[in-house]
Write a protein that binds this ligand. Structure first.
Ligand SMILES: [Fe+2]
Length: 435
């Protein structure tokens, strides 16, 4: 008995030693079981409703119906049950082996007023939903979390997200973890609907979205592109795998870790052109999201983002991107401002936030030697919030999922690079006393 106790004691000490910065008071439970979210409305009623931003004042409403003949129609207005306006869109379905999706409807509505709650109904019948449009100017608050999945951890992370207000949800890849089992995409759509129908969800792809099958589905992303159409055309991108958008003084690059990124690739050329168009007097903040992290001191997925970093880091650095958020690694890690593996006051802050709650569990092991550029790391589920207050200041916080509650466990004030006289010549010369 004593030997067993000694063994557990040593195991605990060794695990605490390995997880620098991890709170010793918090013991990490393992991955939890999948949640299946059933379809419990009528067959013709819309389900899996989610909304996303399209340009400055439009929103895309996406919903799925089992019936082929339900209209692609969204009626909306500023009071419940009073629909002063309506728009029509289009619908399509896809097949994956023996699976046939329902009809996936996409309807773009607007122009919409900023910071306003709209009530809407899809397909001419069924329940009423509501969303709030983002503000037209700062401040704005983003929730950022990747590798969501659909487990009990996902459900509690989403409950924590929903318990405090925010404007836009940003997801750096790995949504449903359907992994070719297409009904799990439907279940995921139903699980997130209470959140994704209320606030715009802007996503980019992770490796779990690929779903390539040799010869039959050689290019992959069939379910992802059909179900999570993002406004790539509006930013001049030819593919749903990368795009950018502006919201309330923030320009956001949604990059594709699983699209070509070398200097002769379409994505690289698109990124160059997109960055050339950024006007920091209109969007003083510049953020990037991508799936496989460029900086990572976890033993999981080591080096997987390295070739993309080598190809694109200089573009982001020269453009003075303020922060880069990634997923993929199921843990939280925040780096200081970095360029080319070194501390650089004009480089982006890098954050890994792949800890939404998926079925694979946490990436528990960080490298024993914490790199100098890594500031905080912890293998727990949770979500992040970026509140951009004005053109110079923003607050980043990470909220650990402590089961029934979320606990803010890391925070930092960010000072925009645009307002830094030492990084941008035309800055206002204000003193830099924060990151
Ligand atoms: Fe991933």
């Amino acid at each position: 008995m004593e030997t067993r106790l000694l063994f557990f004691f040593l195991l605990t000490i060794s695990s605490l030693w390995q997880h620098h910065h991890a709170s010793s008071k918090y013991s990490r439970p393992p991955a939890r079981s999948l949640i299946h979210t059933p379809h419990n409305r009528s067959e013709s009623d819309p389900q899996q409703v989610h909304v996303s931003l399209v340009g400055q004042d439009h929103m895309r409403v996406t919903y799925i119906t089992s019936h082929k003949h339900t209209k692609s129609l969204v009626e909306y207005g500023k009071s419940p049950g009073v629909y002063e306006a309506s728009s029509t869109g289009d619908h399509d379905s896809y097949h994956y082996f023996f699976y046939s999706s329902g009809e996936i409807h996409n309807v773009v509505i607007g122009p919409l007023e900023p910071g306003t709650t709209y009530y809407y109904r899809c397909g001419g019948s069924g329940p009423e939903f509501s969303f709030r449009t983002p503000p037209s100017d700062l401040p704005i608050e983003f929730v950022i979390v990747g590798d969501l999945g659909q487990t009990e951890w996902t459900a509690s992370t989403l409950a924590h997200v929903g318990a405090k207000d925010y404007d836009v949800f940003l997801l750096p890849g790995d949504l449903s973890y359907a992994d070719t089992q297409q009904p799990l995409w439907d279940s995921f759509g139903r699980l997130v609907e209470p959140y994704a129908s209320q606030r715009p969800w802007m996503v980019t792809e992770g490796n779990h979205e690929i779903e390539i099958f040799p010869i039959i589905y050689p290019t992959g992303f069939k379910a992802y592109n059909s179900r999570w159409l993002m406004p790539h055309q509006q930013s001049g991108s030819k593919t749903n795998l990368y795009y950018s958008f502006d919201v309330a003084g923030v320009h956001i690059l949604m990059l594709g870790s699983y699209a070509e990124f070398d200097s002769d690739s379409d994505q690289y050329k698109w990124l160059q052109a997109d960055l050339a168009r950024v006007d920091r007097s209109k969007t003083p903040w510049l953020l990037a999201l991508l799936h496989a992290p460029w900086y990572n001191s976890n033993e999981a997925h080591k080096g997987e983002g390295e070739s993309m970093r080598k190809a694109m880091e200089e573009l982001l650095y020269n453009a003075r991107v303020d922060a880069v958020f990634s997923g993929h690694v199921h843990a939280y890690e925040r780096f200081t401002r970095v360029f080319d593996n070194k501390v650089d006051p004009c480089g982006p802050v890098y954050v890994t936030i792949g800890d939404g709650g998926n079925r694979e569990g946490l990436a528990m092991n960080f490298e024993k030697q914490k790199p100098e550029i890594s500031v905080y790391r912890e293998p727990s589920f949770g979500h992040g919030r970026l509140r951009v207050y004005n053109e110079t200041r923003a607050h980043w916080s990470w909220h650990r999922n402590n089961e029934s509650e979320s606990v803010m466990s890391d925070e930092v004030w960010l000072h925009s690079l645009y307002s830094s006289s030492s990084c941008v010549e035309s800055g206002d010369g204000s003193k830099r006393d924060e990151l």
